[in-house]
Design a protein around this ligand. Structure first.
Ligand SMILES: C[S@@+](CC[C@H](N)C(=O)[O-])C[C@H]1O[C@@H](n2cnc3c(N)ncnc32)[C@H](O)[C@@H]1O
Length: 627
């Protein structure tokens, strides 16, 4: 675990210099409760002046004088007039970089650059720039121009619905424009024509549009765990703790879970993902929060909802949270989660819930279930009680997490947010737990995060916590896997192998038997996830891909009566594999399902063609719109 945090020594070095580190270890090991550990850490950091005394944001940014920015912009304007758009873009970029992103100066530079991009035919860059400044400090008498240009760029990009909205906003903003009445009239008429053309295009699009099928859980919703299929139940096993088991035969392609994140945060700072937890829309051009200028939204509605969830309190301290040690995105996510629930419940209720939660006293099978016996992904306690390594953490890691929680709450307090002192221990301890739950289930268990994939490279779009999907244990040979659009926040999990009644449903946490031998897999599952893997391939020590049989023989055929049929189907499959294009796989899913079912009952695993078919099914379930 130490290796994952390269700034681990941020706190310990200072405690070492103060010659108290050894005592801290002893004290921390002695403290009995999470609350007292947090309060002890807070006193410690205060005593040794390790907490910032004010919110000095200037330390994060250095800007030249606004007049420098303005002179770059003027030069950009000259290049623009001379139709030297590359040079104009360079000047505008210099202009916007030399002033604070919240200023009018910055907004003007970004907007002018977008005009140059439009002339260059770079409509995506044009729109991206426009949306960044649309809610910012841009002069209102010029706003109509922004919206007209946005509408034009959106039309060029085929975003007709958005173009229509932009034109409508342009017409509203026209009243504020500094323009003669006659010019206004002409301008209005031109924009109205453009808006009417959008209407016509939209009518045509609606007529010809195909709606994708809505995925349904096999057997309907589970009564107790609504994000799971009715064909599964929770059961305990000696080696894996709680797990999900089939109560009926489940077929490849069946939907076994449809889950939504309890909490999420875009992964990249200037990312193209909406910051509102209920949206997470992936888009190349989003609107920027005008206050912190560090998070993005797809529309005003998402911004308002995110503010209600607590972003207004994150805004003033976001730079500080981003620079706290550890995994800064997890720290940001933890703060987001804490604020969402603390604001919703109020301090008294929040603290009473976290105080009453005790992992050791709860029946492990019903951990996270509510009073009426339901396990729901949108419930605070469900997410809060997820499996995590809080109780197994070595002392130095515990100190580290407590220090981070102290820092986060300290910044919140510095910004004026009041947490009554009597609640501080409970709040602090809850934040440490939130940090550990997120670290285990949103960061390390990253297989379900939305991502984009381009030319063999994968980029995570957001850290997401899926409480129901977190119930699935790992197998180095997973029989279920995510499906659908890879950028989506809603996670649909489908069976990729036959799962007979009584069998456990397991996903793969990213450690596959085909790729690594048992020894390595055990090491990774221990180091990364803190458990010894007890899946079938580990128990039976399955060989890796290189050593897997790829021919049928008396050794691997389970049912000799079926040998001829299986053999001829295998020959067909080999031919199919050589001729099919990866992008066409989804049209052959029924064939792949029937082939894997045939092998499942008749051939001993592992078997190369089975593994190939399994991989094809997994790939065919995935929709990557950005290939
Ligand atoms: C995301 S949780 C899965 C649900 C969990 N078993 C529960 O009780 O809620 C991950 C934890 O489950 C256990 N686990 C998952 N897969 C396992 C495996 N293949 N072998 C042993 N333990 C496993 C480990 O304790 C791991 O930390």
């Amino acid at each position: 675990m130490d290796l994952e945090f390269d700034d681990f020594s941020y706190y310990s070095t200072r405690l070492l210099l103060a010659d108290v580190l050894d005592d801290v270890y002893v004290e921390m090991a002695k403290t009995q409760s999470a609350k007292s550990r947090f309060m002890f850490t807070r006193d410690l950091l205060r005593k040794h002046n390790m907490l910032d005394s004010s919110l000095d944001t200037d330390k994060f940014f250095e800007y030249e004088h606004p007049t420098v920015s303005e002179s770059y912009r003027q030069r950009g304007n000259e290049f623009f007039k001379a139709k030297m758009y590359d040079e104009a873009v360079d000047m505008y970029t210099k202009s916007l970089k030399s002033c604070k992103p919240t200023t009018e100066c910055n907004a003007l530079a970004v907007a002018n650059r977008s005009a140059a991009h439009f002339r260059m035919g770079k409509y995506d860059l044009c729109l991206k720039g426009l949306r960044v400044v649309m809610w910012a400090n841009y002069p209102s008498k010029l706003a109509y121009k922004l919206y007209e240009r946005a509408g034009n760029a959106e039309r060029k990009l085929g975003l007709i619905e958005s173009a229509k909205e932009s034109y409508a906003e342009c017409l509203t903003r026209l009243d504020e424009a500094d323009m003669s009445a006659e010019n206004k009239l002409k301008f209005r008429a031109a924009v109205e024509i453009a808006a009417t053309e959008c209407d016509q295009l939209l009518t045509y699009q609606k007529r010809t549009m195909k709606t994708p099928p809505v995925e349904q859980l096999v057997g309907g919703r589970n009564e107790n765990i609504p994000a799971l299929s009715a064909f599964v139940e929770l059961k305990m096993s000696e080696n894996m703790g709680r797990g999900v088991y089939a109560t009926r035969d489940i077929n490849p392609g069946d939907v076994v879970a449809i889950d939504e994140p309890y909490i999420s945060v875009p992964f990249q700072d200037d990312s193209e993902v909406c910051n509102y937890n209920g949206c997470l829309k992936f888009d190349f051009a989003l609107f920027r929060c005008p206050k912190c200028v560090m998070v993005y939204y797809c529309n005003k509605d998402c911004m308002n909802k995110d503010y209600e969830d607590g972003h207004h309190l994150v805004c003033p301290i976001i730079c500080f949270i981003k620079s706290t040690p550890g995994i800064s995105k997890i720290n940001e996510l933890a703060l987001k989660w804490f604020l969402k629930d603390y604001l919703k419940m109020g301090p008294k209720k929040y603290c009473s819930i976290v105080d009453n939660f005790s992992e050791s006293k709860t029946d492990p099978i019903t951990r996270g279930f509510n009073e009426i016996g339901q396990y729901k992904s949108d419930n605070f306690l469900t997410a809060y009680s997820l499996d995590c390594s809080e109780n197994k953490m070595p002392t130095h890691v515990l100190i580290f997490f407590n220090c981070i929680a102290v820092d986060i709450l300290h910044y919140l307090t510095l910004s004026g947010f009041k947490i009554p002192e009597r609640y501080m221990g409970s709040v602090g301890a809850s934040l440490v737990r939130i940090l550990t739950v997120l670290d285990s289930n949103a960061r390390k268990l990253s297989i379900n995060n939305p991502y984009i994939s381009h030319q063999e490279l994968t980029f995570i779009l957001a850290f997401t916590l899926y409480p129901t999907i977190s119930l699935f244990n790992h197998s180095c040979d997973g029989n279920i896997k995510r499906s659908g659009v890879i950028t989506d926040r809603i996670r649909v999990i489908k069976a990729v192998q036959p799962i007979p009644k009584g069998t456990q449903l397991c996903c793969n946490y990213g450690i596959m038997f085909k790729e690594d031998d048992k020894e390595l897999r055990q090491r990774v599952s221990n180091d990364r996830f803190d458990f010894n893997c007890y899946c079938d391939p580990c128990i039976k020590n399955w060989p890796t891909l290189k050593f897997i049989p790829n021919r049928l023989s008396t050794l691997n055929i389970l049912n000799p009566k079926m040998a001829d049929t299986v053999s001829s189907e295998c020959e067909k499959f080999v031919k199919f594999k050589m001729s099919v294009k990866p992008e066409d796989l989804c049209q052959h899913l029924n064939y792949l399902y029937s082939f894997i079912k045939l092998l499942y009952t008749n051939v001993k695993r592992p078997f190369a063609l089975y593994e190939d078919c399994l991989e094809m099914i997994g790939d065919a379930h995935i929709i990557n719109k950005f290939l």
